[in-house]
Structure formats: structure tokens, C-alpha cells
Design a protein around this ligand. Structure first.
Ligand code: BGC
Length: 467
């Protein structure tokens, strides 16, 4: 099917709750003008929050939004923040946030506790040990949805209802998103962004050279496999790139979504779809076929290299969340010229969702400072600065699509009209233990390529962990 052109001048599009769970069939997936990056990437490990330059947006003057500490410049003291945005375009996003934090709360000193490794592949273990040792950061990055339930169940994070109320509650954030952050009537984190996990990133020159029209999106996984075969026949050794295990989990998640459809996919998490079903068997077979077109990967291989291979034309495709657009942009690659994108074949009209979200740990040493950080996370200024740099779209409903580059405009349009499903690889659909069992199953599959064993392991993972 053909991609639709950019809807120019999408003004004041709300990232609204009405969209969540809606069932529309079109997805805007254009490729067009270059998307600028805006962040200053030079934040030191420790940053006194004052002294931001005039490039930063002015602080909000809305007292109901920013709370009482702003008047005094913030609670003061160190505010230690744990993320896995340690390098490259992810650090650019974090730096953009820190800059706004500095403007809004000059008394506070940002302390960067980032641990490198995409999708939190290294960070989560360090965080678990810090939490277990009663040495929490003042705030940490988590994913909206199932992943947060572990921290809540373990009594490791506390409600932030007061901050969400100051920020405007459901007048500011989509109700469906708030629902994913709420347990027993309390909101447990402040979302910074929405990412989309079902995007194929492609090099248009490479696929054109293989005889493929880069403006035509394959209808389903099988049609895409036919294109991968053409790319291979054209002499490209790696038609599709992968990284370490979590990127393979994300690829499998995309294939499950494509082959089962949104309803069948979502049913995997509430028991309505059997992991032992034929649909899953088919998806695993397609996943296995896709892996025959990829590079060899070691478990720790991170995602930027998989995107860089597409950017430099040594590979044709990568399936990655839309943090990828920030990587292309950081290499000065041009949207529509050097890279293009479309929903993973078979998933058009579906938005595979995840959201980064910041918490207030029990035992945080500087709760006041942590709440200042959360206020910045939730502020219009913070979200705009961060999401422009990160490739994601704001979690706030009042974002203006026209403020964003072409890719994010398509994501905003899709978010408002597509069917929303939850990502496995990024903590929205499954809790930490289930996610970890799925990762082990995929890692074992990568080594042994035994499809029946993968399906049996996925069945066991569901049996052991499904709520
Ligand atoms: C996070 C993104 C991050 C990506 C790769 C995801 O789990 O939500 O913010 O860019 O991992 O590290």
C-alpha cells in the first residue's frame, strides 16, 4: 500500500485520550523534510541547574503547573537521576531536559546517574541492586505500564498524585496514559514522552537499487521478506540489521503484532490469545526467516550501530523504536533522502506504544528536588525540548504538531488515530520478570534456532508470569 503524503500544517494536534484504544485503519507514514536536532549535548556529569543559556525556553509562569518550589528556584541540593540515556542522541535528549530543569529550578543540582545500554539492558540490573540496598536515586526512568507494577508491588516507588494534579491531571495528559501509570487509584510516575516501537527504518537508495519502490510499503511480513530477498540478490549482505537480545525481542514483538493483528497481539497479555496457538507458530517461523537476512549479533550489541548501518548504506532495513530518528539526525542524515520509515509491514494503523516515565523512589534523599525534576519532566517546556531531541512525541495533550519535524508529525497523527498496543521489549505489556523470561527464550533461540523450543519457552514464560 502507498504511503500518504505529509499532512501539512497539522496544527495543535492533541495527543489525546480519545485516540487511545481507538480503532482506525489508516496510518500516516510519509517521508519528507529533514528533522532538526536541537539539543546541546554537553551536559557534565554534575550540573548546577542554574546558568542556562537563552536558547532554553522560558520557564512556565503557570503556578498551578509548576508548583510552589519554582518561586524559590527549587528545593535545592543534589537531585540524582537514573536513566540509560548515557550517550549519543539519547544523551542529547537528557541534556535538553537538564537545561530546562536548570532554568526552572536554578537552586537544584542535577546529578547524572546514567548507565549505558539500550532499553536499560545494563541499567535495570544496577537499579535493582541499588533499590534492594536501600540506595535509591532521587528519580529513575521506567516504562509506563506493566513494568512499573513491579516497583509498586515491591514498595520501591511512591505516588506522585500531587505532581500530576499540579500539572493538570487528565486535562494535560491522555486518560489512557494516566491509567497505565495508575495503580489502586494512585499515579506513580510522570511520563516524559511517547515512543513508537513498530517502525521500519530504511535506506531508500539501497532498496531502490534492489528494484524496490521506496514509496511502497509491503503489505505484510511475507511481502517484506520478498523485498529482503531482492535486497540480498542485489548484493547487500545484510538486508536487515539487528543488535543484541532486546532488539531481537522487539523484532519478534513486531512480527507477532503483524501476524496476529492488534487484538490477537494484545490478547497475549490477558490470556485471550494462547501463546501455544498456530498464529504464534507462524509468527515464530516468520521471525526465524527474518533472522536469515540479518547480521550476526552478540547479546550486548547496542541499537545505534544497527541504525548506522542503514544510514551508511551497508544495510537496507532496521526495525527500531523511533529514538532511531534522532540517531539519523545526529549523523546529519536527511529524511526522505538518506532514510525513510514506515510501520512494520502488517501493522499499519497500529501504534506499538511505550512511554518513558519518571518515578519518586521510596527513600529518595531529596524528595523536594525529585519533585522539581518531575515538574520539569511534565512541563510543556521540558517535553518540547526533550522530544524534539529524542525522536519521541510529547505525552502531554497540548503539544502542537507543527512544532515538530516530519517524522514526529506522522507519529503524532498515528498516535491520535491508530489502535494502541503495548510494547513487550520496553516494559509496557509485561512486567520485569516476564520480560526477562521472554528475553532468555529469544536469546536461546538466537543461539539454537529451534522454533518449537522458542514457542514452548514463551508458553512457559506466560504461565509463570501472567497476572
Ligand atoms: C526507552 C527509550 C530508549 C530506548 C533505547 C527504550 O526502552 O524507552 O527512551 O531510547 O530504550 O535505549
Amino acid at each position: 500500500m502507498r504511503r500518504t503524503p505529509v499532512v501539512a500544517g497539522l496544527a495543535a494536534v492533541s495527543l489525546l485520550l480519545a485516540a487511545c484504544g481507538s480503532d482506525k485503519n489508516e496510518s500516516s507514514t510519509p517521508s519528507s523534510t529533514p528533522a532538526p536536532t536541537t539539543a546541546d549535548s554537553s551536559a557534565p556529569v554534575e550540573t548546577t541547574a542554574g546558568g542556562s543559556t537563552d536558547e532554553t525556553s522560558a520557564p512556565s509562569t503557570d503556578a498551578t503547573e509548576t508548583g510552589s518550589t519554582e518561586a524559590a528556584g527549587g528545593a535545592g541540593g543534589d537531585v540524582s537521576v537514573f536513566t540509560w540515556w548515557a550517550a549519543g542522541s539519547e544523551k542529547d535528549g537528557l541534556d535538553a531536559l537538564v537545561k530546562v530543569f536548570g532554568t526552572e529550578f536554578p537552586n537544584d543540582k542535577f546529578v547524572n546517574l546514567a548507565v549505558a545500554g539500550g532499553a536499560g539492558s545494563n541499567a535495570k540490573a544496577k537499579l535493582a541492586s541499588d533499590l534492594a540496598n536501600n540506595n535509591p536515586p532521587d528519580s529513575f526512568q521506567g516504562h509506563a505500564g506493566a513494568e512499573l507494577s513491579d516497583y509498586i508491588k515491591n514498595g520501591q516507588i511512591q505516588p506522585v498524585d500531587d505532581v500530576i494534579t499540579e500539572l493538570g491531571g487528565s486535562a494535560t495528559f491522555p486518560q489512557d496514559l494516566l491509567d497505565r501509570l495508575t495503580v489502586d487509584g494512585h499515579v506513580y510516575s510522570i511520563p516524559s514522552n511517547i515512543h513508537r516501537a513498530n517502525v521500519v527504518w530504511a535506506n531508500p537508495k539501497v532498496i531502490k537499487a534492489a528494484g524496490i519502490d521506496p514509496t511502497v510499503v509491503p503489505a505484510d511480513i511475507k511481502a517484506w521478506i520478498a523485498d529482503l530477498e531482492k535486497v540480498k540478490a542485489s548484493g547487500i549482505e545484510t538486508p536487515l540489521t539487528i543488535g543484541g537480545t532486546w532488539t531481537q525481542v522487539q523484532l519478534l514483538e513486531n512480527v507477532l503484532l503483524a501476524d496476529l493483528g492488534a487484538e490477537g497481539y494484545s490478547g497475549l497479555f490477558d490470556g485471550k490469545t494462547d501463546w501455544a496457538s498456530e498464529g504464534v507458530t507462524t509468527a515464530i517461523a516468520d521471525f526465524a526467516t527474518l533472522l536469515t537476512y540479518t547480521n550476526a549479533a552478540a547479546d550486548g550489541d547496542d541499537w545505534p550501530a544497527a541504525i548506522d548501518a542503514v544510514a551508511d548504506g551497508t544495510a537496507a532495513y532496521n526495525v527500531m523504536g523511533d529514538w532511531a530518528v534522532a540517531e539519523f539526525n545526529s549523523k546529519d542524515k536527511k529524511d526522505g533522502v538518506d532514510y525513510t520509515y514506515f510501520p512494520t509491514p502488517g501493522t499499519d494503523g497500529v501504534f506499538d506504544f511505550l512511554a518513558d516515565s519518571f518515578t519518586l523512589p521510596v527513600g529518595a534523599k531529596n524528595e523536594g528536588g525529585a519533585k522539581d525534576w518531575l515538574r520539569t519532566i511534565g512541563s510543556a517546556e521540558g517535553q518540547k525540548a526533550f522530544n524534539l531531541a529524542k525522536g519521541s512525541i510529547p505525552a502531554r495533550s497540548d503539544a502542537v504538531a507543527a512544532d515538530y519535524p516530519a517524522y514526529q508529525q506522522t507519529a503524532i497523527a498515528s498516535w491520535t488515530k491508530d489502535t494502541i498496543v503495548s510494547s513487550i521489549a520496553h516494559g509496557a505489556a509485561v512486567n520485569l520478570a516476564w520480560g526477562s523470561d521472554i528475553s532468555s527464550a529469544v536469546s536461546k533461540f538466537y543461539a539454537g534456532k529451534d522454533q518449537a523450543t522458542l514457542q514452548a519457552d514463551l508458553v512457559t514464560a506466560a504461565q509463570n508470569n501472567a497476572g
